[in-house]
Design a binder for this molecule. Structure first.
Ligand code: NAP
Length: 308
């Protein structure tokens, strides 16, 4: 496909405005054709109130980017795939594992590309970290994802509902990096702290191990005020690697590594264009499996009510 990919976007919210729309607008690979939004709206392109309305309008779309909360993703993705469109899924790719499995099958049967995006994997320090760790013996890993929910998620009720995943909404970004740079691991123990008035955890303490028994400890906490922390520390036989600022910074034995500038969403959209043009899909469920395992295996602890 030499022409730009004619793309529609669904869910004109925070991440759509912060990242998707600017990146699509700046890329020669894409032409934004329409948006579907229940209440938002965007100047300069046709606006529809829903995806079915956008599909029925006959815009000649090639693809859609789905930027709603995960609970709304499956129905939209299925409709888009049935309409023969390539689909870009925001993270996490769905509210359950089984629904994403059905989407994979549907996309294969319809011959369209499905992309489960994990934006943190495109942070500039992640690929160099993966290369440095490859083949090195790892002794221990600690992950700290500590942020202030009131600052980052004001008024987002869906995030506290069943399927919204609570602190796993950011925490799954840590898992998406860890599963990319470390050998396979599995959950051994978890404690989920759930506010008494909410369905989803405000904090999680997770213990994992790989098949060699290497301990991996992750703490996600939304009650962090002051400095915010998104760090992964990997101790190896040859030294210590620290990925910080969500993968934007990398230090090895205390020496800061020179990295290219942040371009996570440009990386995602380049990847999606390559998938569409080669007829391939890219759906890695591993980060979602670990999150689901924590809900399956974790001890639930009720903590103080949370109000915005
Ligand atoms: P948001 O602003 O709260 O919601 C995005 C949009 O989805 C809303 O503006 C709304 O769009 C639509 N929407 C909201 N609730 C809905 C519902 N119950 N059913 C159907 N549509 C609904 O959320 P966001 O922060 O952009 O996050 C959306 C997704 O992107 C999440 O999966 C999140 O994990 C991921 N993400 C977010 C960030 C971030 O920094 N916020 C970063 C990376 C990834 P309309 O009013 O246009 O219909």
């Amino acid at each position: 496909m030499a022409n730009p990919i004619r793309i529609g976007l669904v869910g004109v919210g925070k991440i759509a405005r912060d990242q998707h729309l600017p990146v699509i607008g700046a890329s020669p690979d894409y032409s934004l054709v329409a948006v579907a939004s229940r209440q938002g709206g965007l100047d300069g392109v046709p606006n529809h109130r829903s995806l079915p309305e956008m599909l029925a309008a006959g815009h000649g779309l090639d693809a859609v980017a789905l930027c709603q909360p995960p609970q709304a993703r499956f129905a939209a993705a299925r409709a888009a795939i049935e309409a023969g469109l390539h689909v870009f899924l925001e993270k996490p790719p769905g509210a359950t594992l089984a629904e994403v499995g059905l989407l994979v099958e549907a996309a294969r049967a319809r011959g369209v590309s499905l992309f489960a995006s994990w934006h943190s994997r495109y942070a500039p320090g992640v690929e160099p970290a993966r290369r440095w760790l490859s083949g090195r013996r790892i002794r221990a890993v600690s992950i700290a994802w500590l942020e202030d929910v009131r600052h980052w998620h004001p008024g987002q009720d869906w995030i506290w509902d069943a399927g919204g995943m609570g602190v796993f909404d950011p925490g799954i970004n840590a898992l998406s990096i860890a599963t990319h740079i470390l050998p396979p691991f599995f959950l051994t123990e978890a404690t989920l702290s759930v506010p008494e008035n909410r369905q989803a955890p405000i904090a999680a303490d997770l213990r994992f191990a790989d098949s060699a028994g290497t301990p991996i400890h992750a703490v996600f906490d939304w009650r962090q005020t002051g400095p915010q922390t998104w760090d992964i520390r990997v101790e190896t036989e040859d030294g210590t690697l620290v990925l910080s600022r969500g993968g934007a910074a990398l230090a090895i034995d205390g020496h800061d590594q020179t990295l290219p500038p942040e371009a996570e969403y440009r990386g995602l959209y380049d990847r999606f264009a390559a998938l569409v043009r080669s007829g391939a899909s890219d759906v890695d469920l591993t980060p979602l499996i670990h999150a689901a395992d924590a809900f399956l295996r974790g001890t639930r602890r009720t903590v103080a009510a949370f109000t915005d």
